[in-house]
Design a protein around this ligand. Structure first.
Ligand code: GLC
Ligand code: CA
Length: 528
């Protein structure tokens, strides 16, 4: 088996920078804060930190509206501060990944300001400008993912511009070669500084139908769903031309040695795997988000694992994401007991795991009172859009009141729950200890890092599978139910269990008992 790249061996840890650690009392996390917590991150046992956007931004979408792709927002720090953070991370053996947001800029980006200034401005064609339809309304029926029409009327030049998200986030025109060149230079700017790779924002939306055809109605639309679900995204997402763009980003990264290109893509598995590119010259890892919305039962998860494994082309490296800043936290999705099972699942599946900050201490979604809502998506679609603030609350470092060691000031979002890193630190039964054990076990196990996944089976509430490499076999059993259950196993020894007292126990050939919500990793004595 060929040598694996670091991003294949490693585990990615996502930091939402506003919420990790504040260092100056303004209630918003920053780069000095992240830097001060890197020892914690390294000791946790992960390999790379992906930091959500830290570029200068009016923060209409908390940094996903970039006003300068090659600098740092003063709220977060400075470019020098970023270089220091990266140096610090690298000394600790951590890779640093940035969030690249190429689909849209801020409406305050100088490119857009020029583009909107006149119809014959050289940057006019850098964005998507269209005349009104004959009735004077928007050029077509495309809808914004933040609610309402995706077209914004601009008085100055008498045309509409397209925005897949907020009107403050105009979409760039990726059919324009100058845009491609400018964005390529952005990648090179950060690669030259030593950044280890990128998570590319909304990669599957990058290019739109050249003819701007109307999207067809969605026959499956249910009232109460977000507005844009009224239409199928036939002409606004996953266009065939996108793959050529992915390939060219990848080619740029390849010039720099071992860097990683990850794509944010919410699509079905058959569509998703196309983003690996023909022969694997696309994204290294199109994010696999299936666990974020999976019905949490053994049969469904088993099917998901098997189907994904089968759908992957042979050159494609798998990956799994358990949480992120756009979806409810795992502990809230599946409950505290099953969140421990989910941790074992994430770190024993085949492929690179991505872990969301705070999930390692079992943080739950925070309660956000209506007058505390920050998320623009929720503010603009009240009652319809499930807000994203609950999963973005500050990291809980210690039990200090009222702000859990996150800030000396008033945190931009309230603290979610009482638990903390400090409280869980020395407690062998804590979620944090479970994650540390899992990460260290995974790091030392060829079967977990590079082995095959086989015999993925659901029986009742119990999901089992094997990870095999050479003559080593690990048997993993997850009880996804709230009752004790038996599981058929080979003889072996329990390397890890969510029930800590069981570690080192024997598993017999035949039936073994699992406690409610117990997950075990068993090293099989004599694998066949
Ligand atoms: C991605 C980000 C999300 C953001 C959107 C627009 O989905 O993860 O937070 O709102 O893109 O940039
Ligand atoms: Ca701060």
């Amino acid at each position: 088996m060929s040598e694996l790249a670091w991003w294949q061996r490693g585990v990615i840890y996502q930091v939402y920078p506003r919420s990790f650690q504040d260092s100056n009392g303004d209630g918003i996390g920053d780069l000095s804060g992240i830097s001060a917590r890197l020892e914690y991150v390294a000791a946790l046992g992960v390999d790379a930190v992906w930091i959500s956007p830290i570029y200068p931004s009016p923060m209409a979408d908390f940094g996903y509206d970039v006003a300068d792709y090659c600098n740092i927002d003063p709220m977060f720090g400075t470019l020098d501060g970023f270089k220091q953070l990266m140096g610090h991370a690298h000394r600790l053996g951590l890779k640093v990944l940035l969030d690249f947001v190429p689909n849209h800029s801020s409406n305050r980006h100088p490119w857009f300001e020029e583009s909107r200034s006149s119809r014959d401005n050289p940057k006019r064609d850098w964005y998507l400008w269209r005349d009104p339809s004959p009735d004077g309304g928007p050029p077509n029926n495309w809808l914004s993912r933040m609610g309402g029409s995706a077209w914004e009327w601009d008085e100055v030049t008498g045309q509409y511009y397209y925005h897949a998200f907020l009107r403050e986030q105009p979409d760039l025109n990726w059919r324009n070669p100058q845009v491609r060149r400018a964005m390529d230079q952005v990648l090179r700017f950060w690669l030259d500084l030593g950044v280890d790779g990128f998570r590319v924002d909304v990669l599957w939306l990058l290019i739109k139908d050249a003819q701007f055809r109307d999207n067809p109605p969605n026959p499956g639309y249910l009232p109460g769903e977000p507005d844009h679900h009224r239409l199928l995204q036939t002409y606004t997402e996953d266009q065939p031309d996108v793959h050529e763009l992915v390939r060219s980003m990848r080619a740029t990264l390849d010039e720099y040695g071992e860097r990683v290109l990850i794509g944010e893509i919410y699509l079905t598995v058959p569509q998703l795997v196309k983003y690996y590119g023909v022969n694997g010259e696309g994204a290294h890892m199109p994010f696999n988000f299936q666990l974020l919305s999976a019905r949490w039962n053994a049969e469904n998860i088993a099917r998901m694992i098997r189907d994904y494994d089968v759908a992957l082309p042979e050159y494609a490296w798998p990956n799994w994401v358990l949480g992120n800043h756009d979806n409810p936290r795992v502990a809230s999705r599946v409950g505290a007991a099953q969140a421990r099972v989910a941790a074992v699942l994430l770190l024993t599946l085949r492929g690179t795991p991505t872990l969301y900050y705070g999930d390692e201490i079992g943080m739950t979604d925070g309660y956000i009172a209506s007058d505390q809502i920050q998320d623009p998506a929720e503010l603009r679609q009240p009652g319809i859009c499930q807000g994203r603030d609950p999963e973005r609350t500050p990291m809980q470092w210690d039990g200090s009141l009222p702000n859990a060691g996150f800030t000396e000031g008033k945190p931009w979002l309230p603290i979610a729950t009482a638990t903390s890193v400090r409280e869980q630190d020395g407690d062998m039964a804590s979620m944090l200890s479970l994650y540390r054990r899992l990460l260290s076990l995974r790091r030392g196990s060829a079967a977990l890092v590079r082995g095959t996944i086989e015999n993925v089976v659901a029986e009742g509430d119990v999901l089992t599978y094997e990870r095999r490499y050479g003559n080593q076999c690990l048997f993993i059993a997850l009880n996804m139910g709230a009752d004790a259950a038996t599981v058929q196993s080979h003889a072996g020894m329990v390397l890890l269990s969510t029930v800590t007292t069981r570690i080192g126990d024997a598993f017999v050939q035949g039936a073994n008992l699992l406690a409610a919500s117990e997950a075990v990793i068993v090293i099989v004595d004599s694998p066949s």
